[in-house]
Design a binder for this molecule. Structure first.
Ligand code: DCP
Ligand code: MG
Ligand code: MG
Length: 368
């Protein structure tokens, strides 16, 4: 691997995206060495309609992936070893890895328990280049936690996230400044953040399969196909993503959104999704000891019209159920529009001053 990559800090940012390999399953293999080398999954029992949360790389050779039904996983691989999830342990591992990340740079943005962006622009010297920092990071995680992470190194969040997935497990992918477009060009369109299965199908029907084929369209094409997101989708296709790494302390809101596999107008389906998203946001808030006064619901209809509805309450919310109650109420008010929706998001903002309290400080020191 070249070591002089990205040594252009004055011009470029240096962003690392790090993600544990088969996170839950790897923690199980680490803690129960008899599972090493075996097809292992973490998830609920097949008889309880459980799904696979995480599959070891050995299990993946049988076609087993996250989110497939457990019963199907057993059909694909009868000798599969299933372990129930141990969330407390995963939370504690996550907290430790985030501490390792923060010992390298304070500019760490955690995306979930198992992944984060690090802005290492300022860590760079003539000897210490971003790829070397990334290698040192991988070694420290292995030495201290006996787990592997895969990392992507580039000038932006979008490219680094895609890159970290390219050489999994236990891999590193470096995309040098100026080669982002070339790197992205052969990849399928759904690698771009925000392009879900439905949009992918639509693009494929236009004969657009790769990011390169998408990138040559002009801005007006993007605007008519992606609405207000047109410009940022186009920029991402070109490898340009100016979004900064945002640490927890700088954050003004937490949100979660999803593009539906199939557009839906079914109130039950939409409510279920809102509950799931509220849960994501609730976990983010609770684990950081943050409460917020404003709950926001975002809906994008099939014809790409996006509306946001929000409500502020006097008593700040933190629990998933509190967030869901408000978000579902906001959703109910929109349902009479008889629209079909393609994207739903839930967010909480308006944080109280817990940030400065002793509890919040403790949580911050513990990571999350
Ligand atoms: N997870 C889950 N349900 C999903 C996807 C993920 O519960 N549908 C949980 C279990 C994963 C963890 O989140 O271990 C991290 O998700 P990743 O997408 O990073 O997947 P893995 O770390 O398991 O595998 P990979 O090596 O592809 O990153
Ligand atoms: Mg992972
Ligand atoms: Mg992940």
């Amino acid at each position: 691997m070249p070591t002089d990559d990205l040594r252009l800090a004055e011009q470029y940012k240096a962003i690392i995206h790090a993600d544990f390999d088969a996170f839950y399953a790897s923690v199980e293999q680490r803690d129960y060495p008899e599972l090493n080398g075996k097809p292992v999954v973490v998830g609920g029992k097949p008889e309880n309609r459980g799904v696979v949360a995480s599959a070891s790389y050995e299990a993946r050779t049988f076609g087993i992936r996250s989110a497939i039904p457990m019963s199907r996983a057993y059909r694909l691989c009868p000798q599969l070893v299933r372990r129930p999830a141990r969330f407390e342990i995963y939370r504690s591992v996550s907290s430790k890895v985030m501490d390792i990340f923060r010992s390298i740079t304070p500019l760490v943005e955690s995306l979930s328990l198992d992944e984060a962006y690090l802005d290492v622009t300022e860590c760079e010297t003539s000897e210490i280049t971003p790829p070397l920092i990334a290698q040192a990071l991988r070694k420290r995680v292995w030495d201290e936690l006996s787990l592997t992470i895969s990392v992507g190194v580039s000038t932006s969040k979008c490219v680094s996230k895609i890159a970290s997935d390219m050489n999994k497990p236990d891999g590193i992918t470096v995309v040098r400044p100026g080669t982002e477009r070339q790197f992205l060009s052969p990849l399928p369109v759904q690698s771009i953040w925000g392009i879900g299965p439905k949009t992918m199908e639509r693009l494929n029907s236009y004969g657009i399969n790769t990011i390169g084929e998408l990138a040559i369209r002009d801005i007006s094409w993007f605007e008519s196909n992606f609405g207000s997101n047109g410009r940022s989708v186009r920029n991402m296709c070109l490898g340009e993503d100016p979004r900064p790494v945002i640490t927890h302390r700088q954050r003004k809101s937490f949100s979660s959104e999803t593009t539906l596999v199939d557009d839906s107008e079914d109130p039950e389906i939409l409510r279920e999704i809102v509950i799931r998203l509220s849960n994501d946001v609730g976990v983010s808030l609770s684990s950081r000891g943050v409460r917020g006064k404003t709950v926001k619901l975002k809906l994008r209809s099939s014809d790409f019209v996006t509306v946001t509805r929000q409500r502020s309450v006097t008593e700040p919310v933190q629990l998933s159920s509190e967030i869901a109650d408000i978000a579902i109420d906001l959703l109910s008010q929109e349902l009479n529009q008889k629209n079909s929706y393609r994207l739903i998001g839930v967010g909480v903002s308006g944080f109280d001053s817990l940030e400065n309290s002793q509890d919040a400080m403790q949580l911050r020191l513990e990571g999350f």
